[in-house]
Design a protein. Sequence first.
Length: 174
Amino acid sequence: MKARHSRPYRKSNCSAVDLFAMAYNLLHLCRDSLGGRAVVKIERERTIPAAAAQIWAVVASADRLPQWYARSGKVEVLEGAGLGRRQRISSTWQGQESEVDQVITAFEPGRLLEWRHEAERLGGKPAPRFALETVVRIKLEADGQASTRVVMESRQRPADRPGRRRRRGSRRSF
């Protein structure tokens, strides 16, 4: 039997930020109805052979976030629990210390978890603002007693005005 990784992918230098940069460059014509800004949406879906309650125990726990979410080396709960919980994710990005403060904006036990980025720091300073808003949503749907459909979605609204668009990301991202 093959050894399994703790995450469903191998760790690489391809991050959610890199995926955002690629999607931003490729999908800049997609517009939302508010202000004409592009909305970059990345969605992945998997069916996992485990009960929704088991998956929820992993997904909803801030302490367990580094086990399954890329770019979360350490998580600190700043305040609260459930809806409104504030947490800080710390990791390294392109050789610099990175921190992202998040707030839980949707919390339906066993079913839905959503957070929004409130602040991002790189090397101890405010990070360059690539997005006006970043929201991550995880939905669980029981598919029988021992199987769950998991949908993970990331939505970002770029900070650039449409007329001032420029390419994001580095060549090594491709």
